[in-house]
Design a protein around this ligand. Structure first.
Ligand SMILES: Nc1ncnc2c1ncn2[C@@H]1O[C@H](COP(=O)(O)OP(=O)(O)OP(=O)(O)O)[C@@H](O)[C@H]1O
Ligand SMILES: [Mg+2]
Length: 147
């Protein structure tokens, strides 16, 4: 599939954010890491829900607020991490996530996940007025699109 980075998108509804997640799901496979950054309520979990729908994994993707990581079974599985309360890359490493066999999406992962995932997609969501979100996606460390 021909996809060239960086990608910049204007997203004006939660449904569009989910659609973008489905599109991202078509680019990734087991072992890939997607790092989401953006302020509270930016739409990181909404985007992750779309990735889960695109991958066809089990269970509703919801905010993992009271758990740091949740695995949704599938082929590949989706590991959804909320790193908001983690203080260091070491704590993230301590979770002993099986990154190789899943697609891993990390909310608030920027500044923590880099040593564990030298190859990754970085998605930044900026909030504009009301429901408007500006999303940019960059590929880091030789990430290659699957499919
Ligand atoms: N264009 C949009 N894209 C995504 N979400 C939107 C949009 N417009 C409004 N929303 C709303 O914003 C909220 C986004 O919540 P979501 O949990 O996805 O954000 P988050 O970035 O994961 O927040 P947190 O930082 O608390 O984890 C939802 O209530 C959603 O309906
Ligand atoms: Mg969230």
């Amino acid at each position: 599939m021909k996809v060239s980075f960086p990608i910049s998108r204007e997203i004006s509804t939660p449904a569009m954010m989910e659609e973008l997640g489905k599109e991202i799901a078509s680019w990734v496979g087991a072992g890939d890491v997607v790092v989401l950054s953006g302020p509270l309520g930016a739409g990181k979990t909404t985007l992750t829900r779309g990735i889960g729908l695109g991958l066809g994994v089990d269970g509703p993707v919801t905010s993992p607020t009271f758990v740091i990581a949740r695995e949704h079974k599938g082929a590949p599985a989706l590991i959804h991490v909320d790193a908001y309360r983690l203080g260091s890359a070491l704590e993230l490493d301590d979770l002993d996530l099986d990154l190789a066999s899943a697609v891993t999406v990390v909310e608030w992962g920027s500044g923590l996940v880099e040593p564990l995932a030298p190859t990754r997609l970085e998605v930044s969501i900026d909030r504009g007025d009301d429901d408007l979100r500006q999303v940019s996606i960059v590929a880091v460390g030789g990430f290659s699109v699957k499919g």
